[in-house]
Ligand binder design. Structure first.
Ligand code: HAM
Length: 428
């Protein structure tokens, strides 16, 4: 058998401890924000029946055509690693009767899988935080979801982000538009880029998304989606924009924004940023009023978004301040067996009070132990050496602030560290 080192799968990343610190802060902030808006968590399996995604995302989309991890299991069932979770939320909602005469404000966070060409910000296993609001037909809930997202970006300190928004109209109006768009583009067939020519027969709406400048110029002469919206579509969309204006949310109309999944109806949007390179959209969503029925449920209106966690954590990490990267609150430095016999129970007492303590393992001189603590960015060292044992007072050495060390009795330690923590927090 080979003893060659085994590597992870291309496009599927390990998150090492330093990165996990940022992930945890972002995840905690998400939990805080969803609570403020009354959303409740839902967890669905990573594997679903393949048919679920064919019937929701759409047969002619990039995701279903070429990006799904699909396989036949031992029972000969076709299963797929979920490429997104909106379809799963709807399936679960129908299956458990959550949508029967009820509304649901849901959120989720977890891994998704798409077999795309990996590059910075685009992975084969990635994570999404998502929101789905099921049961509300009006623009108030679209606005609520956009407000929730905006608050999250604010709490994470993101800057220079842009909200692009469009309305796709009702399916009937969009069908009229698509017919005219196809007729128009067929008349300019030979001038289109290759992938747009292919999409002309499969999914002409996605041509609006084309990166090709020639195709974009042709579209300038074509039919305009906005003029196909009827009064009801317009009223919904205008009302949403008014809500956004009332809460001070800046948006940019983008009449070419169509999104890559087929289930959308009405308002769609994406948040983009210039700080992520080519993969500039970190969150996208919109209304999908037909999906519940399409998947076998009642006619339940719905709206939501999903945010790419890798992209969000990257944006957060670009902004975060150095102080948040601090290591343990306390590093326990212990010289010899007697010191350890006192130090380990003392560490447990401090933890009991909620203080984070890392005990030095593997011995070493006091100097060596302090260097380790410093390397790991601990805030304080509690030193138990010969003098401390003799006096029954512990030396507390600040490691990051440059302040003088002090010595104190065991029963003062908890209050001291809790007071330090409050001082740190109020300095923010
Ligand atoms: P989506 O636009 O396909 O929408 O994905 C949402 C976000 O997931 C993207 O904006 C991006 O940040 C992230 N993302 C997508 N693919 C990758 C990838 N390969 N690597 C890293 N990040 C990625 C949806 O999935 C819909 N379910 C959103 C939704 C929820 N609409 C209504 N409700």
């Amino acid at each position: 058998m080979s003893n060659r080192a085994i590597q992870s799968i291309r496009g599927m990343n390990d998150q090492l401890p330093d990165a996990c610190d940022s992930w945890q802060t972002v995840e905690q902030t998400i939990r805080e924000v969803v609570r403020l808006y009354g959303y409740r968590e839902i967890r669905t399996p990573i594997l679903e029946k393949t048919e679920l995604f064919h019937r929701s995302i759409g047969e002619q989309t990039d995701i279903v055509e070429k990006e799904m991890y699909t396989f036949t299991d031992r029972n000969q069932d076709s299963l797929t690693l979920r490429p997104e979770a909106t379809a799963s939320c709807v399936r679960a909602g129908i299956e458990h009767g959550l949508l029967y005469n009820q509304t649901q404000r849901l959120w989720y966070l977890g891994p998704m899988f798409r077999h795309e060409r990996p590059q910075k910000g685009r992975y084969r296993q990635f994570h999404q935080f998502g929101i789905e609001a099921l049961g509300w037909p009006g623009p108030d809930v679209d606005a609520e979801i956009i407000n929730l997202g905006t608050r999250l970006w604010q709490y994470l300190g993101l800057v220079e982000i842009r909200l692009e928004i469009n309305s796709l109209g009702s399916p009937a109006n969009r069908a009229r538009y698509l017919e005219d768009l196809r007729t128009f583009l067929e008349s300019r067939h030979d001038e289109l880029d290759e992938s747009s020519r292919r999409r002309l027969t499969t999914n002409p709406l996605r041509i609006l998304d084309s990166k090709d400048s020639g195709t974009q110029a042709i579209l300038d002469d074509g039919p305009d989606l906005a003029s196909y919206l009827d009064d009801e579509d317009r009223r919904h969309f205008d009302c949403l924009l008014e809500h956004l204006e009332r809460t001070g949310i800046e948006y940019h109309m983008n009449s070419r924004l169509v999104r890559g999944l087929d289930y959308y109806t009405g308002a769609v949007y994406e948040w983009t940023t210039a700080s992520l390179g080519a993969q500039n959209a970190f969150c996208g969503g919109g209304r999908y009023d037909g999906l519940v029925q399409q998947l076998g449920g009642l006619a339940v209106p719905a709206a939501g978004f999903a945010c790419g966690m890798e992209r969000l954590v990257e944006l957060y990490s670009q902004q975060r301040s150095i102080t948040e990267m601090a290591g343990a609150e306390v590093w326990m430095v212990m010289l010899g067996d007697t010191a350890e016999a006192i130090g380990y129970p003392l560490a447990e007492n401090l933890r009991e009070a909620g203080i984070q303590v890392v005990c030095n393992c593997g011995g070493g001189s006091i100097g060596k132990q302090l260097r380790r603590a410093d390397q790991k960015r601990a805030l304080f060292a509690v030193i138990i050496g010969d003098d401390e044992l003799e006096n029954r007072r512990f030396t507390v050495k600040p490691l990051q602030s440059g302040e003088e060390q002090t010595s104190m009795a065991e029963d003062c330690l908890v209050d001291f560290f809790l007071a330090q923590r409050n001082r740190e927090q109020s300095a923010f």
